[in-house]
Design a protein around this ligand. Structure first.
Ligand code: FUB
Ligand code: ZN
Length: 682
């Protein structure tokens, strides 16, 4: 891994950088890079391994089999016909390249690197002499993709995705350079970025990019090279939103009003998370980046307001976002339907990026609480335990009676629009980078994952080791290891859920408060600690082998939604630690929609190492509604409810699933006729 200094040196830029770029403002808190954090746990480490050994190879294989690679070959030859469906299909290659690069940073692999070099050569060959790179036009410029427009960029505001492709290219290029020190992909990206900066900007062309991410990508190039144009162009793009004259401000249609593209108002006037959720959350991530790097207070205030809106009114209890399928978008405030929940996997990926940045800006544990919620629930539900089947949308409820038509009841290997599998492929290997943060002497622990990290605190090396069996057990152990005594503050996140807060807003609350307290010991002695912004602040002169133990209460909690979430009225969800649970047909006599969880139900939590790659299962005896068709009657019987982690559903065939349970028979949805074309199980 190269440091940014050596990187600047290699680019020959150190001598020419303006002072402002050398002493640039930045996030007050730095994430400890993923290359400095080694995971040894049983929850994430196997997933990262699967990503490397299954997901990434499968992604490349599918990019080849579905002609995504062929598009680059044809663009290089300037002959043929664009051979896939969408003009952004190039990005599946970029995203997989990015994930594979992170993987290489963690685990060198000469064969993989050679394959990436071959692929990069194909990408380079498809680039036009001035840097333009977009196979959907270059293959046959006289007949570009229907979404691309006759001329370059002419449909960028709508659907061409030219700048979206660029953004993913930049992210991949920085990742590959950092992993290998090779500039092959980086040079392609810089050439493209220089064209973009020469084309767009004050006094040049203006556009609010139709699908954000070029802004985040430009910021990464700016960090890597120090070239101010990359940052100013990112800022320029963000500031273009809300100025297009062709919308109808009064329209309630998300496209006609411009909301779909977050283009209905200038960003500093935006107050709600709106429109296409992936677009939106990439925009908000970029707003945080630019606010951090420029100190733009109005941008910061806007992104804070939007975050509050999303977390208070537009997020599922699993952390999923983007409730509405039509437009893959955020709904209105409190519009969080279960039977038609959309929750695109990419939106969860984007949400991790955004919340990490918010944490780095503010140092508040609430952002890591959201990251944790998304990671353990709505994000990893997106990939099957096999590592090669994926959900595009993440349902909250599957009802047999609807014939599985409303939501996606089973994962698929690939999609025509295959953004989600490749987005997961790039997120997983970078996960160790979300565990710790540092600001001078303050070391933040955001995620609880066994493993170790090597830090430098005031130029002294400190190794911090975590041992735990999270998320299944709440006893966490941290060992501090360094040669000499060291003065630093260890800030351990005390999750909201361990402080009687189901969500850092009133969108979800626990049905009953818990009296259990978080206990912290240092070298075996209980200590009083100060809680600052959700972190237990442990101030100490640390000695070699000092040990901190934190005990988080792992009771089963029932969660209720804000009364304005109509679909959850009279219902509860089940949570243990950070994990949300669901009931699936397989464990519950073939149904899930007939289960009632009355107030006061007592649950047992049982470790099941052999079930679904190792889970803790919840069970309780509860009433369930049964039909007696022969006697034309309905009654309730007592039955064991078995609940599994939400992320693990749909790994054993197709059938009913629910996250929210009615508390009384009045709230059971008594539509029970099974659709004819539906079979349960495999
Ligand atoms: O438009 C590119 C990607 O395709 C979006 O991020 C996804 O929502 C899907 O529409
Ligand atoms: Zn997606």
């Amino acid at each position: 891994m190269l440091t940014s200094k050596s990187f600047l040196f290699l680019l020959g830029l150190t001598g020419t950088l303006p002072l402002a770029a050398q002493q640039r403002a930045d996030y007050p808190i730095q994430a400890v890079p993923f290359t400095k954090v080694k995971l040894t746990d049983n929850f994430w480490q196997p997933r990262l391994q699967t990503n490397t050994s299954v997901t990434i190879p499968a992604s490349f294989q599918r990019c080849e089999a579905t002609n995504r690679v062929k598009n680059f070959e044809m663009a290089a030859a300037h002959s043929g016909k664009f051979a896939t469906t969408y003009p952004f299909d190039d990005t599946d290659i970029y995203k997989t390249l990015e994930g594979a690069s992170y993987s290489l940073s963690l685990e060198p692999d000469k064969k993989l690197e050679a394959y990436l070099d071959e692929l990069i050569a194909k990408v380079g060959a498809a680039q036009e002499p001035d840097g333009y790179l977009y196979t959907a036009r270059t293959i046959d410029p006289a007949h570009p993709h229907a979404w691309a427009g006759k001329e370059r960029w002419e449909k960028e505001r709508e659907l061409s995705h030219e700048l979206y492709n660029s953004g993913h290219l930049y992210e991949a290029a920085v990742a590959y350079y950092q992993a290998t020190g090779k500039k092959n992909l980086l040079n392609i990206a810089l050439k493209n970025a220089d064209l973009v900066c020469a084309t767009f900007g004050p006094g040049k062309r203006a556009v609010a990019p139709g699908h954000e991410i070029v802004e985040m990508g430009l910021v990464k190039l700016y960090r890597a090279t120090g070239k101010p144009e990359y940052l100013s162009t990112a800022k320029f793009f963000i500031e273009q939103r809300g100025h297009y004259k062709g919308y109808d401000a009064k329209s309630t249609d998300v496209w006609r009003s411009g909301q779909y593209w977050q283009d209905d108002k200038p960003v500093v006037a935006q107050t709600e998370a709106v429109g296409h959720a992936v677009r939106a959350e990439y925009l908000y991530s970029a707003m945080a980046d630019v606010a951090a790097l420029t100190g733009d207070k109005a941008l910061l205030a806007a992104v804070d307001t939007i975050w509050n809106n999303m977390v208070a009114k537009k997020m599922y209890v699993t952390g999923g976002t983007g409730a509405v399928g039509g437009g893959e978008r955020f709904g209105d405030n409190y519009e969080l339907p279960n039977a038609t929940a959309y929750n695109e996997t990419c939106a969860s990926v984007a949400d991790i990026y955004w919340n990490q940045r918010m944490f780095q800006l503010h140092g508040d544990a609430k952002y890591a609480d959201i990251m944790e919620k998304v990671l353990y629930n709505g994000l990893i539900s997106g990939v099957g335990l096999d590592g090669k089947s994926f959900f595009y949308s993440n349902a909250m409820q599957i009802k047999n009676s609807t014939g599985f038509k409303d939501t996606e009841p089973a994962r698929s290997g690939w999609f025509d629009c295959s953004c989600c599998p490749t987005n997961l492929a790039r997120l997983f290997p970078s996960l160790p980078g979300y565990v710790y943060g540092q600001k001078g002497r303050d070391i933040y622990v955001n995620l609880f994952v066994s493993g170790s990290t090597d830090l430098a605190v005031q130029n002294k090396a400190v190794r911090l080791t975590q041992q735990n069996n999270y998320p299944w057990q709440g006893d966490l152990k941290f060992t501090v290891n360094q040669a000499a005594t060291s003065d630093f503050n260890l800030l351990v996140r005390i999750p909201g859920w361990a402080r009687n807060e189901a969500m850092p807003s009133n969108l979800y609350t626990f049905a009953t408060p818990s009296a259990e307290k978080v206990v912290i010991k240092v070298n075996g002695q209980p200590i009083d600690y100060q809680l600052r912004n959700g972190y237990a602040v442990l101030v100490r002169k640390w000695k070699k082998n000092d040990m901190v133990e934190v005990n988080l209460p792992m009771e089963v909690r029932t969660v209720v939604a804000h009364p304005r979430v109509l679909d959850d009225a009279g219902k509860v969800a089940l949570q243990r630690g950070p994990v949300m649970y669901c009931a699936e047909w397989k464990d519950n006599d073939g149904r899930a929609s007939n289960i009632i969880v009355p107030a006061g139900t007592t649950f047992t939590a049982t470790p099941k190492p052999d079930v679904l790659n190792g889970i803790t299962e919840l069970s309780a005896t509860v009433p369930v509604v049964k039909l007696d068709v022969a006697n034309n009657s309905i009654n309730t019987v007592r039955q064991t409810l078995t609940a599994i982690p939400y992320y693990a559903w749909a790994n054993r065939g197709k059938g009913e699933m629910t996250v929210w349970f009615p508390q009384q028979v009045t709230d059971v949805e008594l539509v029970t006729r099974p659709a004819k074309d539906v079979s349960q199980g495999k």
